[in-house]
Design a protein around this ligand. Structure first.
Ligand SMILES: [Zn+2]
Ligand SMILES: [Zn+2]
Length: 368
């Protein structure tokens, strides 16, 4: 959305009138990224960009109008952190962002010196941010990094993002491997859609297996996933809504450690999606180019929960962090109740990849 304001207009008021939740958009005044606490002057052009999915079905309401302030250094802010009540200029935002991700890595011992690590790179804003962050991190903590992109075979959608992923890796000199569902699995999302089997869970199960087996065969000890705080908080609420306690137990890490199962790590786990979107923008990510959504995406409940969470965050800053923390508390409690026999990993009878059951979910999904 782009508009010229007729008189001096607080952006928060504008967003409220438009029914837009500030946690779902990036705001630009005269092309400059600005926090939602900014005030646009008469005649200035304001653009509002949804960084995911486009506008939701129901609107958002701001509960508190927050005051625009400069960064503590006196610089012009690019981001407002509601849970801290603080504005950040570009330099201090980047510092804050990277410090938080580094803290997560240090606290959970996610990356060791000289370790060989794979990054799951889709080509979207989240993995783009991760690639940039990791290439900065490598200067302080030397480790070997390569990227894996999975081409799920969605005509007219994936080609563009895959080219973008290639471009990122070339620029940052990161070795890049691309695998296709077509060659590795013998199916594509397009072909599955003809059998009415093209949905997010089938796609996720296939992608997960392929990422795990390729990362392992390429010698990685860990696989980096660019999930953020919003993803975790959404998953916690989804598990509650669907009443699936076992999913809680498996939420962050597998129930059992196994050599065949590459550990998935999430350095952005404490950063919000808006923070990741801002970081991506500040590193040159272009929100204008290409399609943003897979045509097979069916995220009815997740999308609804995502929007509700953003509204809650806006009204009660820190909600996402607390929901994620609740998830971990529940997870620890449930893990203690799981019987021994469930705590083992088998090799799938068809493909040989690790599986909790005799046949893995990916093999089941394709054969059904
Ligand atoms: Zn500053
Ligand atoms: Zn299998």
């Amino acid at each position: 959305m782009r508009l010229k304001v007729k008189s001096e207009t607080p952006i928060q008021k504008l967003l409220q009138e438009m029914g837009v939740c500030s946690q779902e958009v990036l705001v630009f005044i005269e092309g400059k990224i600005s926090p939602e606490t900014s005030i646009a002057k008469k005649g200035q052009e304001v653009s509002i960009i949804y960084f995911k999915h486009g506008a939701p079905q129901s609107g958002g309401a701001l509960h508190k109008q927050r005051k625009f302030e400069k960064c503590k250094c006196g610089g012009n802010p690019v981001y407002y952190a509601p849970h801290l009540g603080r504005h950040f200029c570009k330099r201090h935002f980047l510092e804050y962002f990277e410090k938080k991700a580094k803290l997560e890595i240090r606290n959970k011992k996610l990356i060791q010196k000289n370790e060989k690590i794979a990054l799951a790179l889709s080509g979207g804003k989240d993995s783009f941010s991760m690639l940039h962050f990791l290439s900065h991190l490598k200067e302080a903590l030397p480790f070997k990094l390569f990227a894996i992109t999975i081409d799920e075979g969605v005509k007219g959608y994936r080609g563009h993002t895959i080219n973008r992923a290639k471009k990122f890796c070339k620029k940052l000199k990161v070795k890049h491997y691309i695998y296709t569902f077509k060659k590795e699995e013998g199916v594509t999302l397009d072909s599955l859609s003809k059998e009415e089997k093209a949905n997010c869970s089938v796609c996720a199960v296939l992608r997960r297996r392929l990422l795990n087996s390729k990362a392992r065969k390429l010698g990685a000890s860990k696989l980096i996933i660019a999930h953020n705080l919003d993803d975790t908080a959404q998953t916690v609420l989804l598990n509650v809504v669907r009443n699936e306690p076992l999913r809680f137990a498996r939420m962050e890490e597998p129930l059992v450690q196994s050599k065949s199962l590459i550990q998935r790590i999430k350095p952005f786990a404490t950063l919000s999606e808006k923070e990741v979107a801002t970081y991506a923008f500040l590193h040159g990510y272009d929100y204008g180019e290409g399609a943003c959504c897979c045509p097979y995406v069916q995220h009815a409940i997740r999308r609804f929960i995502r929007h509700q969470l953003n509204l809650m965050e806006e009204a009660y800053p820190g909600t996402k962090l607390r929901i994620a923390a609740s998830g971990h508390t529940i997870q620890n409690a449930i893990r203690k109740t799981i019987p021994e026999e469930k705590l083992q990993i088998n090799a799938c009878g068809i493909c040989g990849e690790p599986s909790a059951n005799q046949i893995c979910k990916a093999c089941l999904a394709i054969s059904k």
